[in-house]
Design a protein around this ligand. Sequence first.
Ligand code: HEC
Ligand code: HEC
Length: 217
Amino acid sequence: MSKAIGYLCFCVLAVGCSSIAHGAGNASAGRTKSAACAGCHGTDGNSMAPTFPRLAGQHAKYLSRQLSDFKSQKRTDPSMQAMAAGLSEQDMEDLGEFYAVQKAESPAGDKQQSAGDDQVAPLSEESIAAGRTVFIAGNEKTRVAACSACHGVGGEGNGPAGFPRLKGQYSAYLIKALNDFKEGLRENDDGAMMRTIAGKMSKAEINAVSAYLSNLR
Ligand code: HEC
Ligand code: HEC
């Protein structure tokens, strides 16, 4: 009897300790592990090309969740599924922590958007202003939810809630992400939150909100 209680106590302690040890990522371990990622995402997460999302300053929990989703193929992308295949849970947390504490360069603010056939939008002042309206207030007529309700008025996201930061991200990547949600090509959003919202957006709204966000400081 007392032996059984002793064993139980040992188990509780062991579980307690291991959850502390694996509770959080380690940024300096993440830096070492990020060498394989630098070719596309830059040495500090300020990616080289507009089709590679910027990771610098993104929330750690969001980043590690995405890596886990690529590994389990819940989110699909040939390069990223291959990159995530060999990562352990600890690797994902370390990498997430490393990129989260990197400083995002000033907004991508790419001057030209092109993410495929009919998705080229001029970054005019009008387009940016229209994007701001959608971001802050949504579209009442078509029932597009206000992005700012979850992603923050400044586009900074919400780490604990799992809402990614969007400000300063490349517009080409944002356009692709929104179109992927709209077309059901990206299905890893819990409760289909983003699929529902993007499904109601017009291509013009997707282009405009992406222009606005890529220029947001
Ligand atoms: C060959 C280029 C390439 C390499 C190398 C690469 N990535 Fe990526 N990564 C991409 C592309 C492309 C996407 C966007 C996929 C999509 O469109 O859904 C992406 C997306 C991501 C995302 C999701 C970002 C978001 O905002 O949702 C994370 C996180 C990420 N990569 C982390 C990493 C890590 C960590 C490594 C190294 C272990 C790595 N990547 C290596 C090309 C690459
Ligand atoms: C109810 C909350 C909510 C609202 C409102 C919302 N989003 Fe999101 N959004 C999310 C969540 C949660 C995710 C992360 C999904 C995942 O885990 O992959 C996300 C992801 C995204 C992504 C992908 C980011 C990346 O790095 O890959 C983009 C782009 C995006 N949202 C744009 C928008 C826009 C534009 C609007 C307004 C039209 C909007 N969202 C409204 C919750 C929301």
